[in-house]
Write a protein that binds this ligand. Structure first.
Ligand SMILES: *Cc1c(COP(=O)(O)O)cnc(C)c1O
Length: 390
């Protein structure tokens, strides 16, 4: 069935959204086969984002782990993360639909900044929903969005984080669908969003595969990425899914530890359920109530995950692991000192899994990390965390 990944995905939405999703699906299916659309998309990725992003070595991190490490540098993109790849693709679709008002949800603020940036460039109205807790944690990104001309709407319901911001954005969309496109920030939501966002992010994996081959003449042994909603991970995995000898690893946030109940390890500790329009693994209690998620990193504290990851987990094509707050904070500092790169705190979870897995690879093997974003926006938050015993 279209829009499903095995049993996962689908469309669990109010009737008012069905026509809009049908229109979007029809347009996207047409656009997928339209070489002109992709030429425009790739021209904008070059011009606005600065793609292709670099592939770097990480010799000192590699020495510590005992293997070769390569970094796909999405942190070097304009606005500092992979999110803008998707924002540009969806803004192009909105333009084709004649919709001039854009809404988005954001957690850490990176997707909001990417969307506000693209809206400024295209001359579109932009409204970003953000939980009040995240507004406080990520003040710099809030101000950045406002500078870019976006309206940031603080959300005070529920846990006042990403899940609630997404609810509010969906509510807005239901009301304003004739004029408004919803640029969802990850491979979540009802069909066609998960496959559409995947296709826009697959540029990461397609570029990385060619760059790794050009550098060393062979494929990496392992590809590692952090998983929030799962878009940077799906994006880099997309380049290697057909290469069955390449191990794929997604790293979730274990927060204060899975046993504590305060975590965001949806694939490691959740069960299938419906959130934000699709069926996927979900943190929920015995009655099916969605459980609050925790992570030291804003934006990772999301109780759901993209449906394609649920399928890749069940099929065992991808291995999912979880890293706690303390290990992520340690990896954040380690990466800065060893490689001169301050990674996003989210990305630090994947780095921590690599250092924890020392001994898994020999010196001739290669591990490719999706360095999904830079950590400038996290520095103040980390400074506080490192002073507080938690
Ligand atoms: C938003 C974000 C993530 C998490 O989102 P995914 O959809 O899982 O990629 C990871 N890294 C960075 C730098 C982000 O900004």
């Amino acid at each position: 069935m279209a829009g499903r990944f095995g049993p996962y995905g689908g469309r669990y939405v109010p009737e008012t959204l069905v026509a809009a999703l049908d229109d979007l699906t029809e347009l996207y299916d047409a656009v997928r086969a339209d070489a002109g659309f992709w030429a425009e998309y790739h021209a904008l990725l070059r011009d606005v984002v600065g793609r292709p992003s670099a592939l770097s070595t990480a010799p000192r991190l590699g020495e510590l782990i005992g293997t070769q490490v390569l970094l796909k540098r999405e942190d070097l993109n304009h606005t500092g993360a992979h999110k803008i790849n998707n924002a540009i693709g969806q803004a192009l679709l909105a333009r084709r639909m004649g919709k001039r008002r854009i809404i988005a949800e954001t957690g850490a603020g990176q997707h909001g900044v990417a969307t506000a940036t693209v809206c400024a460039r295209f001359g579109l109205e932009c409204v970003v929903y953000m939980g009040e807790v995240d507004v406080a944690r990520q003040a710099l990104n809030v101000y950045r969005m406002q500078l870019l001309g976006a309206t940031v709407v603080p959300v005070s319901s529920g846990t006042r984080t990403l899940k609630d911001a997404t609810n509010e954005a969906l509510r807005d969309w239901v009301t304003n669908v004739p004029t408004t496109h919803y640029i969802i920030g990850s491979v979540v939501g009802p069909d066609p969003f998960p496959r559409m966002v995947r296709d826009f992010q697959s540029v990461i994996g397609i570029e990385a595969r060619a760059q790794v081959l050009e550098r060393g003449g062979r494929l990496p042994d392992t590809v590692v990425a952090c998983v929030g909603g799962g878009s940077n991970a799906i994006g880099i995995f997309a380049g290697f899914l057909g290469d069955h000898d390449v191990e794929l690893v997604g790293v979730e946030a274990a927060g204060k530890g899975i046993a504590s109940g305060h975590h965001s390890a949806t694939l490691s500790a959740g069960r299938p359920g419906v959130l934000h329009g699709s069926l996927s693994y979900l943190l929920q209690d015995a009655d099916g109530q969605v459980l609050p998620a925790h992570s030291v990193s804003a934006g990772l504290d999301y109780p759901g995950v993209g449906p394609e990851h649920s399928w890749l987990r069940d099929e065992r094509r991808v291995t999912y692991a979880a890293v706690d707050d303390q290990d992520a904070l340690a990896a954040f500092q380690l990466m800065a000192r060893l490689e001169g790169i301050i990674p996003a705190l989210v990305t630090a979870h994947a780095i921590a899994w690599m250092t924890r897995s020392r001994g898994r690879w020999n010196a001739d093997q290669t591990v490719l990390l999706c360095l999904s974003g830079r950590g400038d926006k996290d520095v103040a938050h980390v400074a506080v965390q490192l002073q507080e015993p938690s």
